[in-house]
Design a protein around this ligand. Structure first.
Ligand code: PLP
Length: 394
């Protein structure tokens, strides 16, 4: 097996062996449909009930408020469309930030095409929303505020508790896309005051294709998927029992190991930054120093194109990302970096390292070594590739 150095945990994570073990019996032993009345179906029902309890416990909410989905994207779509359609008598105005994930921003586009009005809040240079702008943006027809808990690109944590206070003073629902925070930093749904929260298992060492939406007090929310009435009638489709069981196990492990993971991840992140700063000229750090998820380091190599750096690292079996995995597909400049007011050079040379508790100090030092090699090599050649120059010129 090829040995990778994987520093792209914001894109996805490796499943823990304990998670796989927990899931296996639900493929070929307890394979009953949770909707069937005989004992084999009851086994699946019991597994779902336990998983719902485990997830609920991590957020300190009641199990009936947890609705399983096919992942973070579905949960985000459901939160926005569900509220939009259920509350349209009250109003058609929604507030989000400019740095949301595509799952939110593209759903906003859909809603705009269907008669809703969306306000996109600015962020400061560290990627934090402006609370005063938020207050000013709320109108009598505002039905929902959706602001992500932590940004998947630059790692900035939003002042969610203040946002929820503002929302509730004005009688507006508050949804948070917590996909990049849940399982990584402590979250208390009640204290933070969320009405809705999205999470995704594959971002915290669980399986891909499963997530959940927390709906406080299971508020009236238009269904996204119609059918056989699973998930309390709100989200139909035969449940992904093995996936859900795996997600609950991963959530439990994440909760138990969180202090250790956070400490190790932030140690490695700080080490990586210190070494880069020492060894490579012209590298700057993006995002907040204080309000930041532990494993995220986002830097810009000024004067370099991130595709070239990524290509070089890939040849050395090192996985990192330029900006976010989701925006590299269309090769558009990062909406997050643009909103933060970054220069073209900062945007072009942006690299995101997302570190997990499974990474080692040796891996971090090797990555720095490779980047130093790359820098020295480029420096010696004394000129950048023509492609880069074209980019600058255009
Ligand atoms: C990954 C991610 C999503 C999408 O979740 P999927 O389970 O991959 O659909 C949504 N929001 C944020 C912030 C993410 O990081």
């Amino acid at each position: 097996m090829e040995k990778w150095i994987y520093l792209d945990h914001a894109a996805t994570t490796k499943m823990r062996s304990e998670v796989i073990e927990e899931m296996l019996p639900y493929f070929n032993e307890y394979y009953g449909n949770a909707g069937s009345s005989y004992g084999l179906g009851a086994q699946s029902r019991k597994a779902l009930k336990e998983a719902r309890m485990k997830i609920a416990r991590t957020l300190k909410v009641i199990p009936d408020e947890i609705f399983f989905t096919s992942g973070g994207t579905e949960a985000d779509n459901w939160a926005l469309r569900g509220v939009a359609e259920a509350y349209r008598e009250k109003g058609k105005h929604i507030i989000v930030s400019k740095i949301e994930h595509a799952a939110i921003l593209q759903t906003c586009k859909y809603l705009e095409a269907n008669g809703y009005e969306i306000t996109y809040l600015n962020v400061d240079k560290d990627g934090r929303v402006d609370l005063q702008e938020l207050e000013r943006s709320i109108r009598s027809d505002t039905i929902l505020i959706s602001i992500m808990y932590a940004n998947n690109e630059v790692g900035t944590i939003q002042p969610v508790r203040e946002i929820s206070k503002i929302a509730h003073q004005r009688g507006v629902l508050f949804h948070t896309d917590a996909v990049h925070a849940y399982g990584h930093i402590p979250i208390s749904a009640n204290e933070d005051g969320f009405d809705l929260l999205s999470a995704s298992a594959h971002k915290f060492n669980g399986p891909k294709g499963v997530g959940f939406l927390y709906i406080k007090g299971y508020k009236k929310l238009r269904n996204l998927i119609y059918g056989g009435g699973q998930e309390n009638g709100k989200r139909s489709g035969t449940e992904n029992v093995a996936g859900i069981v795996g997600m609950a196990k991963a959530a439990e492990l994440a909760e138990r190991e969180m202090p250790m993971r956070m400490a190790w991840e932030s140690y490695l992140r700080d080490e990586l930054w210190e070494q880069l700063n020492k060894e490579i000229p012209m590298v700057v750090k993006n995002g907040s120093s204080s309000d930041r998820v532990p494993g995220n380091l986002h830097v810009s190599f000024l004067g370099y194109g991130s595709e070239n750096i990524l290509g070089y690292l890939d040849r050395k079996s090192i996985c990192v990302s330029g900006g976010s995995a989701c925006s590299t597909r269309d090769r558009l400049p990062s909406n997050v970096m643009m909103a933060m007011g970054k220069s073209l050079a900062e945007i072009r040379g942006a690299i995101r390292f997302s570190i997990s508790y499974e990474n080692t100090r040796e891996e971090i030092l090797e990555v720095v070594q490779r980047l130093k090699e790359y820098y020295n090599c480029q420096h010696e050649i004394g000129k950048r590739s023509e492609k880069d120059d074209e980019f600058v010129a255009s």
